[in-house]
Design a protein around this ligand. Structure first.
Ligand SMILES: Nc1ncnc2c1ncn2[C@@H]1O[C@H](COP(=O)(O)OP(=O)(O)O)[C@@H](O)[C@H]1O
Ligand SMILES: [Mg+2]
Length: 540
């Protein structure tokens, strides 16, 4: 068990959190959420002892071991892959080092002998003799093949390094596992692997994530950091979000009787638990989520951006089409044989295993780069708004946010422009900030303001959830689900795609797959799987 008692943290005058007392219990997985800058990483650093709190204490059951997923991808560059994993178990690793140092000695004294035998005993007790094979099989499970185990970390590709660091944290079954945004640099297969690993993991997990699908799959509790307070709620992210929204709505409804409100909440819990029963969640975790009760629910005090896309006019029947569309460059076939006929109201998610294929496709259809073959045609009634993956060109100026957004507005009144900034939670003084100082997330929020202001009937969005916090992602996701126009998007966010797309288009080096079905069905379809294998596998 790990607990915090009366914990406070201040940076200068700023209080990140104050008088927080919490308990984390074995068997539970805690998903930590909070706006950008709320203090999630700081809280984890205090738990792991990397940083001191201003006051209060962190208490861990004596003898329990904690492991942390390293955020620094370069810290182990000179060290061999297998050794990097072993180093995750710090006590075991230091015994190994000490032991080796003694055996290396030339003048081996009687005292050394005693010490060595003590170390050997400790080593055996920790199952040290099996540690290398355990580390190796963990690595292999993560797709790091044996030929890589003895290479230095620096010889590995970025996505392989992340997996080794993950193996390092998971190695040796720690009692408490701390992960700060583990899914950030992982591909979807590794995320899936990690979900399954955490579901089987019996000890305490504390994990920060912006990935709602991941949070829902693994967490039994939500740790919410907001307004200087940290609170634990039972249930996963969707439960926390939907139940707290429902409670908020109930609070403002003074006509409904308390008894009816209770019934409504209970009905919500019953529906939710029935869904959990169908999920892949491990049984112990499942039971926990099935035990939710009304007392676990509190109205949400969260501020969500107000995202709403309202088409100025409805699109005609011609939306967008391509014929024999292709882009080949630098020896890479990004997409080929694309004969796309977009229907009104389609919400298409574009996917590809080819790096940048979808990103290039969006650049081509937005006239930023030319295609190498074929043609495309936009309907004349289309008013499209674009969220590029790389928005840096838009912000190379020293305009204030109001001046920046005004460039894109027909109505030049400040009050009008401010409404659109306000919806993305830029208010008062904040709207006077210079756009060159904005963080990644703030830039995306500005771009969304610009898109709303345009009243588009079609949206092109390349990785819309990049840099955004959960509040913005949730609001954005809801806006796309409600949008009456047409959407063409790419996203790593499983929940975003699953909830909004009705159609999946996949670019492979040997042709295009186009299916009208939800994302989950697409990923599970045997027919699609076979086709993908054929199209990606075929030699060029
Ligand atoms: N050493 C520090 N000194 C002063 N401020 C800091 C320090 N470390 C982090 N902060 C600030 O504390 C806030 C919380 O940071 P962090 O815990 O990284 O947020 P999160 O992980 O929730 O996005 C941020 O505003 C950050 O700029
Ligand atoms: Mg952080």
């Amino acid at each position: 068990m790990i607990s915090v008692d009366n914990l406070s943290l201040k940076f200068g005058k700023r209080t990140l959190f104050d008088e927080v007392s919490l308990k984390f219990n074995p068997g539970n997985c805690y998903g930590v959420i909070g706006a950008n800058g709320a203090g999630k990483s700081t809280f984890l650093k205090i738990l792991s002892g990397e940083m001191d709190s201003t006051s209060g204490s962190v208490n861990i059951t004596p003898g329990q071991r904690m492991a942390v997923l390293s955020q620094n991808h370069f810290a182990f560059d000179e060290i061999e892959v297998l050794k990097t994993v072993l180093m995750g178990h710090t006590t075991l690793y230091s015994i190994m080092e000490e032991k080796d140092a003694i055996y290396m000695k030339e003048d081996f004294t009687e005292e050394d002998g005693l010490k060595a035998s003590q170390l050997e005993a400790d080593f055996a007790e920790m199952d040290g003799w099996n540690s290398e094979s355990a580390a190796a099989s963990l690595l292999s499970g993560l797709g790091i093949t044996e030929d890589l185990h003895n290479l230095p970390m620096k010889d590995l590709a970025g996505n392989q390094k992340v997996r080794v660091l993950l193996a390092q944290a998971l190695f040796g079954n720690p009692d408490i596992l701390i992960l700060d945004e583990p899914t950030n640099d992982l591909d979807s297969e590794t995320i899936d692997w990690l979900e399954n690993f955490l579901l089987d993991f019996k000890n305490i997990v504390i994990v920060v994530s912006h990935d709602r699908h991941f949070l829902d799959a693994v967490s039994t509790h939500i740790v919410d950091i907001d307004f200087g307070k940290i609170k634990i709620y039972s249930g996963n992210y969707t439960f926390w979000y939907e139940s707290s929204q429902l409670a908020l709505k109930q609070r403002s409804d003074s006509n409904k009787k308390a008894e009816d409100k209770k019934k409504e909440l209970q009905a919500f819990i019953d529906r939710f638990s029935a869904n959990v029963a169908k999920s892949k969640q491990a049984t112990a975790r499942k039971k926990m989520i099935e035990k939710l009760n009304i007392d676990d629910i509190e109205p949400s005090m969260r501020k969500y951006p107000g995202i709403l896309f309202k088409p100025e006019r409805e699109a005609g029947d011609q939306i967008f089409m391509t014929e024999n569309f292709e882009l080949k460059a630098d020896g890479v076939t990004y997409f080929t044989d694309v004969n796309l006929m977009v229907d009104k109201g389609d919400k298409i998610a574009f996917v590809s295993k080819t790096k940048q294929a979808v990103n290039k496709f969006f650049q081509v259809i937005m006239d930023e780069i030319p295609s190498t073959k074929g043609s495309m045609k936009w309907g004349v009634t289309i008013n499209k708004a674009y969220l590029p993956n790389d928005n840096s060109d838009y912000f190379k100026s020293n305009l204030s946010l109001i001046e920046w957004l005004r460039q894109f507005s027909g109505n030049q009144e400040e009050a009008y422009v401010r409404t659109f900034l306000g919806r993305m939670l830029f208010t008062g003084e904040e709207s006077l900030k210079k756009c060159e100082v904005l963080s990644g997330g703030e830039k995306v929020r500005c771009m969304i303001s610009k898109m709303m202001l345009q009243n588009p009937n079609l949206l092109v969005m390349d990785e819309p959830t990049n840099h955004l916090d959960l509040e913005s992602i949730t609001a954005f996701n809801n806006a796309i689900v409600d949008f009456t126009g047409t959407v063409m998007m790419s996203s790593y966010d499983y929940a975003f795609v699953q909830s909004s797309a009705n159609r999946i288009v996949e670019f492979t080096p040997n042709g295009t797959i186009d299916r009208r079905m939800p994302y989950e069905a697409y990923l599970e379809s045997e027919e699609v799987k076979a086709l993908r294998e054929k199209l990606y596998g075929k030699s060029k």
